[in-house]
Ligand binder design. Structure first.
Ligand SMILES: C[S@@+](CC[C@H](N)C(=O)[O-])C[C@H]1O[C@@H](n2cnc3c(N)ncnc32)[C@H](O)[C@@H]1O
Length: 269
């Protein structure tokens, strides 16, 4: 039996919530709730501080909808894709971006969030997941039909997976919705989207990259009142080579055990 593969943003709670406690955001926006693991942690925070959580996901999973209905005082679920939902989110202080992991979606989410922040004169702060391998330089599509053809990388069917060793998808291994056939190149991947977004801004933001658990990125407006403290807090994590080594090792072990399980299931058949 495979061990559970840690992929949720909840894994970063110990280094995110001390920062939230320090800056006390009144309104938090979340793109991508899935089962609501991170949503529930954010909910506990806004409930404690009498704030509001806006959570955006067109297809949350498990018991999310029942849970969200039971705590509607401080949380509003928008069951739509991010492009429709972001403009309705109001004066959000801090965003969590973890929805569709491809260049087109993330680049345009960042533009919309940036525009909304300007409109409400809120200095931007965003926590972004999946800026490392595998989505940093390779698009993944929950639903390729939602991406305009000119931005859609050639992609493999959903049953094909990827490994660290191969730049192209192969049968088995780390599966996802649909992976781009190739890793790298222009307009491909979440990290590439962040870099391209930063090129459109006037050096307004600081970018922090934490190379653990699929990669956590933090974008913060340099004029944010807590910018200096936040940058200092994450300084030891930013591009930390030991964390990067451990993440690479974790991915390799997971892929090896997935491959072994695939072989065992072939023999058993
Ligand atoms: C990786 S999961 C989120 C995991 C969650 N943030 C956590 O850390 O536990 C991604 C979620 O994003 C949602 N999603 C996909 N495309 C989206 C979009 N365009 N807008 C908003 N959510 C989207 C999917 O339905 C899925 O539930």
């Amino acid at each position: 039996m495979l061990q559970k593969w840690i992929t949720s943003m909840t894994a970063f709670a110990s280094i995110i919530f001390p920062v939230l406690e320090a800056i006390k955001p009144h309104r938090i926006g979340e793109i991508g709730a899935a089962e609501g693991g991170n949503t529930q942690l954010l909910y506990q925070f806004v409930e404690k501080h009498n704030g509001t959580l806006i959570t955006i996901d067109p297809s949350p999973r498990g018991t999310f909808l029942q849970w969200v209905a039971s705590c509607s005082n401080h949380v509003q679920h928008i069951p739509e894709c991010s492009f429709n939902a972001i403009p309705q989110a109001g004066d959000v202080d801090v965003w969590f971006v973890d929805g569709d992991h491809n260049w087109y979606t993330v680049y345009h989410e960042l533009l919309l969030i940036h525009e909304l922040a300007k409109q409400h004169q809120k200095p931007l702060m965003i926590f972004m997941h999946d800026v490392g391998w595998p989505c940093g330089r390779r698009d993944m599509y929950y639903d390729p039909s939602r991406i305009p053809a000119e931005y859609l990388q050639p992609y493999a069917p959903a049953e094909q997976g990827i490994t660290l060793q191969s730049p192209v998808p192969i049968t088995g291994f780390l599966k996802g919705p649909c992976w781009a056939l190739q890793e790298g190149g222009p307009k491909n991947g979440v990290l590439t989207a962040v870099e391209d977004f930063l090129k459109t801004t006037a050096n307004e933001y600081e970018w922090i990259f934490i190379p653990a658990i699929l990669g956590l990125g933090i974008l913060i407006d340099k004029t944010h009142p807590a910018a200096k403290e936040v940058i200092q807090f994450y300084a030891a994590f930013h591009h930390n080579p030991v964390m990067a080594l451990m993440e690479n090792d974790r991915i390799n072990h997971y892929i090896a055990s997935t491959a072994l399980q695939h072989k065992i299931s072939m023999i058993a058949d």
